[in-house]
Design a protein around this ligand. Structure first.
Ligand SMILES: Cc1cc2nc3c(=O)[nH]c(=O)nc-3n(C[C@H](O)[C@H](O)[C@H](O)COP(=O)(O)OP(=O)(O)OC[C@H]3O[C@@H](n4cnc5c(N)ncnc54)[C@H](O)[C@@H]3O)c2cc1C
Length: 471
């Protein structure tokens, strides 16, 4: 009877899990294992909101395993030590895990794999986190793509989502002594700022499936237009589930293409539009894989000498708390603080405001998102910040500075999104709700702050700084 460890990391699911499947194909019994080793991901160890999610996702995974007669073993890192403890206690001859592409985690996996090989234990890494492996598509010259559109053309052409694999009803498993209670990881925040998270999310595989099912009807059909509207539920909200691997991108792509085909001709386009966003997710991982310093350094090296304004703790605090006096920016920052998530269009607006109107370094914003987003993802977050700040590859050029008032009027035309998150402005209609400083009396009565900076002046200053860099 041979035993294998299934080392769960960013694949907290049983269905369509290639590592679990490979372990069951080759061995009679498994030991499901999770190792808490945040230090191994430093300096980008999971932030507070991610750890909240992880706590609940691990509890959900444990319940799914228990339904199948298995138990999730929880140990503290270092990973190699924990694996060796379990190998000794269970007699496991192999370790199966899903591949992680982030440079720091990938380097850790290489070290662990080499050390285990010396012990005579094989470590197998399965694909499953992405639709397309980062090494699978290259330009005609064999180099990595730096522009999304040709990358996606090449990746889409070879993409064929397969029927997802379903986990068996029973999982033959071994139990070993020494598993820690979930609370021992201390994942939940000591300050209870997370009350809004409970209302907004259901971490775990069932919650992921529910979010997908909710999306597959009318929202999918409307996706191409509604995805830019923060005042509507126009997107799938699958990002934290995808980050933690509670659902695979293959499961999502497969279901979306099937539903789009069922919904008729018009929906095909919507299906492709959605798939393209999953393509951006893959492309972020692709960029990070091929540019390992992307989380900390600008992809456009000119930005190493950009004239960022020295860190301004007061301005950053007002940005973080949603008190800049620019309604759509503040609505987004308050949505983030309350729910751990923010609409993509608004992420771009708040990032643009911080890096262009306030000219604060993009890494300060990326760090705040890292701590407060439940979907915080090193590749997507670094890519999103570099794209908006203008220092990424294939990025919005720095000189293209979003105007948060016109963006608000376009994508939140009735002001419903702003009013939902800024009670001080409830009852003020659009267009004034997006620029309340135009009525100083009303602004005073509302208790909402005046703008932290003048939008036109700060824009001009940003363009001057850009010219100095590019000229
Ligand atoms: C400054 C900034 C920071 C960001 N940080 C993160 C982050 O830490 N984690 C994260 O998952 N996304 C991040 N994004 C991308 C995007 O905002 C979120 O993925 C999206 O809002 C998630 O909502 P959804 O699941 O409803 O998206 P949907 O529109 O339903 O899209 C489906 C899936 O596609 C992927 N996706 C969608 N848009 C993007 C995009 N622009 N780039 C990469 N993948 C995308 C996500 O996995 C998403 O779940 C960031 C964007 C910006 C501008």
């Amino acid at each position: 009877m041979s035993t294998a460890i299934v080392w769960f990391r960013r694949d907290l699911r049983l269905d369509d899990n290639g590592a679990l499947q490979a372990a069951l194909d080759a061995h009679e019994r498994i030991v499901p294992l999770y190792i808490d080793a945040p230090d191994e991901e430093a300096p980008w160890a999971p932030g507070a909101a991610s750890r909240w999610w992880l706590h609940h996702a691990l509890a959900a995974l444990d319940r799914r395993l228990a339904e199948r007669g298995a138990t999730l073993h929880r140990l503290r890192g270092p990973s190699l030590d924990a694996l060796r403890v379990v190998i000794r206690a269970s007699g496991a001859v192999a370790v199966h895990a899903q591949r992680i592409y982030e440079p720091i985690a990938a380097a850790r996996d290489r070290r662990v794999s080499e050390a285990l090989a010396r012990d005579g234990v094989a470590m197998h890494l399965a694909s499953g986190a992405l639709l397309t492996e980062p090494h699978a598509v290259t330009t005609g010259a064999g180099t990595p793509y730096r522009v999304f559109t040709p990358y996606w053309r090449a990746a889409r052409a070879r993409l064929q989502p397969r029927t997802p694999w379903t986990a068996p009803a029973r999982l033959p498993s071994r139990s070993i002594e020494g598993s820690l209670p979930l609370d021992a990881f201390g994942l939940l925040p000591s300050i209870r700022w997370d009350a809004g998270f409970d209302a907004a999310w259901q971490p775990g595989e069932a919650g992921a499936q529910q979010a997908l099912d909710d999306f597959l009807g009318a929202p999918l059909r409307e996706y191409a237009e509604a995805r830019d509207r923060p005042d509507q539920v126009g997107t799938s909200r699958l990002s934290p589930h995808l980050h933690f691997g509670e659902i695979s991108p293959n499961q999502v792509a497969h279901a979306v293409l099937r539903s789009a085909a069922d919904l008729g001709a018009g929906a095909r386009q919507a299906g492709e539009a959605y798939l393209r966003e999953l393509g951006w997710r893959d492309f972020s991982q692709y960029l990070l894989h091929h540019n390992p310093t992307m989380a900390d350094r600008p992809l456009d090296p000119r930005f190493e000498r950009f004239a960022w304004v020295p860190r301004d703790p007061h301005a950053q605090r007002r940005w973080q708390r949603g008190l800049t006096g620019i309604p759509i920016v503040d609505a987004g920052m308050r949505e983030l603080w309350t729910t751990g998530w923010m609409h993509n269009r608004v992420r771009m607006l708040v990032a643009s405001f911080l890096t262009k109107n306030l000219r604060q370094h993009w890494l300060d914003g990326a760090r705040w998102f890292w701590d407060t987003l439940v979907d915080a993802d090193l590749a997507n977050n670094s890519q999103g910040w570099q794209w908006t700040a203008g220092c990424g590859v294939d990025a919005a050029p720095y000189f293209r500075i979003f105007n948060p008032v016109t963006q608000g009027l376009k994508f939140d035309p009735h002001g419903h999104y702003v009013q939902r998150w800024i009670p001080e402005l409830a009852g003020i209609a659009a267009p004034l709700v997006h620029q309340p400083w135009h009525d100083p009396d009303l602004l005073r009565r509302s208790g909402y702050p005046a703008p932290l900076v003048d939008l036109a002046e700060s824009r001009a200053a940003a363009l001057t700084a850009w010219k100095a860099l590019s000229g």
